[in-house]
Design a binder for this molecule. Sequence first.
Ligand SMILES: NC(=O)c1ccc[n+]([C@@H]2O[C@H](COP(=O)([O-])OP(=O)(O)OC[C@H]3O[C@@H](n4cnc5c(N)ncnc54)[C@H](OP(=O)(O)O)[C@@H]3O)[C@@H](O)[C@H]2O)c1
Length: 197
Amino acid sequence: MYPKFSLDGSGLGWQIVDKIGTLTAMSIHQLSAVVAVARNGTIGRANTLPWKLRSDLQRFKQLTMGHTLVMGRKTYESIGRPLPGRQTIVLSRRQETRFDGVCVAASIEAAMAFVPRDSHAFVVGGAELYRLAMPMIKDWYVTLVLADIQGDAFLEPWDESEFHCVESAFVPADEFNEWPSTFRHLVRHQNNGHRST
Ligand SMILES: NC(=O)c1ccc[n+]([C@@H]2O[C@H](COP(=O)([O-])OP(=O)(O)OC[C@H]3O[C@@H](n4cnc5c(N)ncnc54)[C@H](OP(=O)(O)O)[C@@H]3O)[C@@H](O)[C@H]2O)c1
């Protein structure tokens, strides 16, 4: 896998709780992330996905349908439209950013305030957004692409010792899946990184 990264789990999340209040605290508590990442950390190339993996797209749809997607402006532009059946929140620092059918937020705090009370929020990339949201993410749905892939967007490594794996399933390569992969669901330990029993 990729190198260890020291995660500051006490940072951004609690600042947001202080500034915005209980509703936002609930949203943060439920923040998940979905990512497909190669063994060498690549997640993208030329603002698109550098692989064809139908199984990963199907898993993404299954996980996120009916919920809220939080993504960076570049990832939204690479998709080019709101994904059906999901609320989309796009992060952009530019005041002029507007897209039909999506909410635009100027900060992660503003994005979290858009998440409806009964919706689950998924951070879905790209690299900047994962980096920004990393301290707040309670669980990661990872597709580990079992190959080293050239790219220009990378997932910042995190300290895997802060998470435990509750799902791991191997998906072989076939005519619809260019590479073999492993679906993983990693859940952050409770109690500041100590594994709960
Ligand atoms: N493999 C995967 O699972 C996966 C998933 C998603 C995306 N990707 C790939 O990732 C790549 C894109 O990633 P990226 O890092 O280049 O771009 P990105 O994270 O999608 O978007 C970056 C943009 O988000 C906005 N932003 C970032 N931080 C912000 C903040 N703190 N406050 C407000 N706005 C903020 C800025 O928009 P403005 O410039 O408008 O201010 C910034 O330019 C593509 O190759 C894509 O295909 C891969």
